[in-house]
Every structure is written in C-alpha cells, then in structure tokens.
Ligand binder design. Structure first.
Ligand SMILES: [Zn+2]
Length: 405
C-alpha cells in the first residue's frame, strides 16, 4: 500500500469512530417518543362513565366543551380517549315496570348524541368495529348496563338490551336482585338476605349473557356472587370499575383472592378513580366535611332535585376544603401497579367512573387528565407495550373473547 493512500484511510476511520455514535444518538433521539406521543398513539378505552344518566337531568350538549362535569367529546379528544363505554344506570327506586323503560330512555339519549355527531361518533359492538372506528378517527361509544334490576328478571329484556348494543351487564348495582346479591347487601345486610350469591336463575342469566357475547360485569356484586360467576361463566368476565381491597378495604373493592380468580378466568379489572375506592382515609374525611356543611347540602339538594349533583356543587363552592381531602394521584396509580404486579399486566385497565362520583384524586379532574396515567406508568418503568395493554389492549382482548370478533 502506498503511503499516500494510508492517510485518508486513517482519517476515515477516525471520522467513523466519532460520527457513528453521534449519528446513532441522533436516530435514537428522533425515534424516542414523549409520554404524550405514547399516550396518543395507544387506543385508550374507559369502561365506565355515568354522564348519560346525568345528561337526562342537565341537558348538556356533550358535543361542546362543558364548564362542569368530567366528560364531553371535545375534552375526550384532548385526553386521547378513543372508546367510552357509557354506563346506563338508574337507582334502586326503579323496579318492575319502570327500570327497563328508564334504561331505554338513556340508550335513546346516547343514540341521539351519536345522531347529532355524524362521522365523529359511532356505536361499536365488537372489537372489529372498535378498531375500525379508531382507524377512521371516530369516537367509539359502547353500552354497559349497570344494575341487574334494569332487566326486571326477564330474559327477553336482556335480549332487547343486547340488540340495542349492551356489551356488559353489571349483575347488581348496590341493590341485590332476586337472582344475585350485591357487595353492599352481602356485607351490611347479610342476616336478612333471602338468598346468597347467584340463584339457579342467576346462573342461567350468566350463561345467556355468555351466549349473546355480552360481558358479565362483577363490579358491585358480593363475594359469593363473584365466585358463583367465576364458576359459571364460560367466558372471561370483567370488573368494569373496581379497585384493590388490599389498598382500600371497602366492600366494593376486590380482595387479592378475587383478583387472582379473575385473572385465572382470563378477565380484567378496570380501576375506578373515585377517591372513596382509592384512599382508605377518604370516607372519614368526607364525613367530617359533610357534617360541617350539612345545612348547605340539604338546601342544594332541594334546588337540584338530585343528591349527587348537589354534592358536586358543594365541592365547587368549598373548593379549597374539598381539594384538601382528595387523595394524591400516586394513590390511584398504586392501585393499577398493585394489581398489575399481583395478577399480571394483562388483567388491569381503566374504568374511571367519571361523572359518577363527587371526588377523584388530585390532578384527575376530567377526561383531559388521562395522559397523566401514562406519564406516571412510564416513571414506574412500564414499557410502551404494557401501557398499551393497560390503556385499551386488555379490554379489546376480553371483548373479542366474548363477542368472537
Ligand atoms: Zn358503579
């Protein structure tokens, strides 16, 4: 080799040594995503929101940004929300002759909202339709019926609701039905129960839901009902809005053994944001707060003709005080992390209960705040693939396992 040709080779090799790492660093930097990008890219599904039952009272147009409440379509987009399962709910004062009718009125109002927003919002009934809607950038709506009392003990009412789009039935709300006992009744009214857990008719209902591809929801049900469901259901079941009992021992939350049984069934628990289910000290603090403002709450209830809305208004009036008793966001994240570590990242998701409770952890004010969950999970070193599962992947899997497509 000639001396003259060695010089450029040395030069090239030195440049290579210097430039290659620099180039690699630039490529990594360009491909590294911000938490916001990871969040927006993921399919985000929230399995529980009560805004539709409120809408019948407030008459708010959810297509426009609202000054109050936790949800509207504008804010949902900002929060990266792709799919919302809307809860169809009425209180236990509704029963035979009224509950099914009321459920249908709420479903009418959801369809009316979709009709007012053609191309922007669509009803989906299975995973294939869900993924199609997300690909078209349409907001996907789904229906979950919260409370077995709305079927009024009739199989044909289950068929009718499924036909209108119901994709989960929460077997009980706080009140038991003649065929399933609730968490409240199994714990507080145990001695006066007429039956415990699922009756034979209740088991028949679970099997019928399995056949129809309607997910069985065990949030709100008692422990006996839960284990009877696990023994009966041929499909993975869900808890659409529940937290971990080990972190906040209220009857509505799920004990470790229940969480493990749910995972064994292939099911998913979607974590509830309500302060009372997240923080074990919230109940005591709330009682103190309400004692101080009792007279004011009574008069607000008279004005609003609705206890829940009056309670939310009381929080707004006394914002500093009510903020002081909210748990930190880290407590909510802890529930997700605790469940993921106990039963696996494939079995946890998000079911906010937005517009269904009066208090959420600090920083979790409405649907624009979902990206904070992704940020916090990244800080805990969750991978993008795992975050995708928690935000929506697990829901899509369990939906597919129930509907077959
Ligand atoms: Zn609920």
């Amino acid at each position: 080799m000639e001396l003259a040709s060695i010089q450029p080779i040395i030069y090239l090799q030195t440049m290579k040594k210097l430039l290659l790492p620099l180039l690699l660093l630039l490529i990594i930097k360009a491909s590294a995503q911000t938490p916001g990008q990871i969040h927006q890219k993921a399919i985000l599904v929230d399995t529980h929101n009560d805004v539709i039952s409120n809408e019948l009272i407030t008459k708010f147009d959810l297509a426009k940004r609202q000054p109050t409440g936790n949800f509207d379509l504008v804010r949902a987009k900002e929060g990266g929300l792709d799919v919302q399962v809307f809860s169809i709910w009425c209180g236990e004062e509704y029963g035979t002759g009224t509950a099914f009718k009321f459920a249908n009125r709420e479903i009418d109002s959801l369809y009316a909202l979709i009709k007012r927003n053609p191309g922007k919002m669509v009803m989906v009934r299975n995973a294939a339709e869900l993924e199609q809607a997300v690909a078209k950038k349409q907001f996907a709506a789904m229906i979950g019926v919260e409370g077995g009392h709305m079927i009024e003990d009739r199989m044909d009412y289950i068929d009718a609701l499924a036909k209108r789009g119901m994709r989960y039935l929460t077997l009980t709300w706080n009140n038991s039905t003649s065929w399933a006992t609730s968490a409240r009744d199994e714990t507080l009214h145990h001695d006066s129960l007429k039956h415990l857990g699922l009756t034979d008719y209740g088991k028949k209902i679970v099997r019928h839901l399995n056949d129809l591809g309607v997910m069985v929801d065990v949030s709100h049900v008692g422990e006996q009902t839960f284990y009877d469901v696990i023994a009966t259901s041929t499909k993975p079941v869900i808890a659409s809005h529940s937290c971990a009992y080990a972190l906040d021992p209220v009857p509505r939350n799920m004990k470790d053994a229940q969480l493990k049984a749910l995972a064994k069934n292939g099911g998913v628990v979607f974590v509830n944001f309500y302060s009372g289910f997240v923080d074990g000290t919230y109940g005591r603090k709330e009682t103190e707060f309400l004692n101080v403002h009792k007279a004011e709450l009574d008069s607000l209830t008279k004005i609003y003709h609705d206890g829940d809305l009056a309670r939310i208004r009381l929080n707004t009036i006394h914002k500093v005080e009510s903020d002081q008793i909210r748990p930190p966001l880290s407590m909510l994240i802890h529930h997700i992390d605790y469940i993921a570590k106990l039963i696996g990242v494939d079995h946890v998701g998000i079911g906010s209960d937005f517009d269904g409770a009066e208090s959420y952890p600090l920083g979790m004010d409405d649907v624009t705040d979902y990206p904070k969950i992704t940020e916090e999970l990244l800080k805990l070193h969750y991978s993008e693939a795992d975050i995708d599962k928690i935000l929506g992947g697990n829901f899509i899997r369990v939906l597919k396992a129930n509907t077959g497509k």
